[in-house]
Design a binder for this molecule. Structure first.
Ligand code: PMP
Length: 400
């Protein structure tokens, strides 16, 4: 007998990224499609040491159920680090009671969708935006509106126009630092104007910041949470890109009433994030050179960004444009108007190279003349060869 799935599941658009990933997984394909950190950055020796020490020194705590908000030792270490970095930029000191440890920032996205969204509620996103967030929020069947976005980030005047006529906006999701997929960093002026608008309209904001620590050059720009008199910002940080994604450790910062709702969902979802990994990372943060490690990651990724951008400049046709990110893991390629990155994809696969077609990041407009490239994972010679192949595909496609 056929099983009957929920209307929510039946309403979801079938994802065509799955079949695409299967093609990309073929061993002879050079893939710039993923978002994987370079495995040589994982501090395996240190993580092995803390794994042993945690079991020796606090084995009972590490192997026991823990509080749904997370292990206080880790919440304190996260608060200390954020306060060191952002209080001088204007943020009110974060109290560890307003921090929840989550099982990857993906879980924070899921929980935030659940506490705010009923069917047909509106979520505002940058245009384009991170497809993992779009997928997480989609489980609540909201309506997305893409807010026009340029090379400085979301445009506050456009945001205000939408807020004036849309009563059902529940929150705004954005990635101010080295955005996924574009690599763009929102300017300070934009951040201030943006926070001025959301403060006037009292709209919660999900500030997703997985890439802020991966800044290659330029001054750090204050996060939205440091310009937030009404505490409307839910800030999300993660260890996935600074340490390793396999630990599945991230955190949310939110004001008391929002945290209370998040805590109810967290308890119902998985009771708590694993006690053992939280203790390991807390020990790593307090006893090892975490900041030095982050700087090493930045040096490697800045180098890999340069290798990819230099290869693009050497091989790509002049009419194909790209962003030059000052941090993060991705850059964004723009094809001439009327081109379709899905059609180009077929040529690319023939040449054994892959990327993510851009329409996946535009849930409403579905724009097709863009694609995303990841530069963090591949070695220099592989990157150069992959970009050379992609340039060949581009030339054949543009001539067709
Ligand atoms: N948000 C953004 C913008 C991301 O790019 C990613 C990872 N690709 C995530 C969230 C999820 O990260 P995590 O490993 O912490 O779940």
């Amino acid at each position: 007998m056929a099983v009957r799935f929920s209307n929510t599941m039946l309403s979801l658009k079938p994802s065509d990224i799955g079949p695409l990933l299967a093609i990309i997984a073929q061993p002879d394909i050079i893939s710039f499609a993923g978002g994987l950190p370079a495995p040589q950055t994982f501090p395996l020796k240190e993580l092995t040491e803390v794994a042993v020490k945690v079991r020796e020194q606090d084995g009972a705590g590490a192997m026991q159920y823990g509080p749904s908000l997370g292990y206080m030792g880790l919440r304190k270490a996260i608060a200390d680090r954020m306060n060191r970095m952002y209080v001088p930029m204007g943020m009110e000191a974060v109290d560890p009671k307003n921090i929840m440890v989550v099982t990857g920032s993906q879980q924070g996205l899921d929980m935030t969708g659940r506490i705010f969204l009923d069917k047909d509620d509106v979520v505002l996103i940058e245009s384009p935006s991170y497809m993992g967030a779009i997928d997480a929020f989609s489980l609540n069947r909201p309506r997305f509106i893409e807010v026009p976005t340029d090379d400085q980030g979301m445009i506050p005047e456009e945001l205000e126009k939408i807020l004036q006529k849309e009563p059902k906006v529940k929150f705004i999701y954005l990635i101010p630092n080295y955005q996924n997929p574009t690599g763009i960093c929102m300017s300070l002026e934009r951040r201030k104007k943006f926070m001025d608008v959301v403060t006037r309209y009292d709209i919660p904001v999900f500030e997703d910041n997985p890439y802020g620590d991966l800044r290659f050059e330029g001054e750090e720009i204050a996060p939205l949470i440091s310009m937030d008199p009404k505490h409307l910002v839910i800030y999300s940080g993660t260890f996935s890109k600074t340490l390793c994604p396999g630990m599945r450790l991230a955190w949310l910062v939110a004001r008391d009433d929002i945290m209370k709702q998040l805590d109810r969902v967290k308890g119902s979802t998985d009771l708590a994030t694993p006690s053992v990994t939280q203790r390991e990372v807390a020990m790593y943060m307090t006893n090892y050179d975490f900041e030095g490690h982050v700087q090493d990651n930045c040096r490697l990724y800045a180098h890999r960004r340069d290798v990819m951008c230099n290869a693009i400049d050497k091989y790509f046709p002049a009419e194909v444009k790209h962003t030059y990110p000052h941090g993060g893991l991705f850059l964004w390629v723009e094809l001439p108007e009327g081109c379709d990155s899905r059609d180009l994809f077929k040529y690319a696969i023939e040449k054994k190279v892959a990327y993510v077609p851009g329409d996946a990041f535009f849930p409403v407009s579905g724009k097709r003349n863009f694609f995303r490239l990841n530069y963090s994972y591949t070695e220099d010679d592989v990157t150069e060869e992959g970009i050379r192949r992609l340039a060949e595909a581009l030339k054949e496609y543009l001539a067709s």
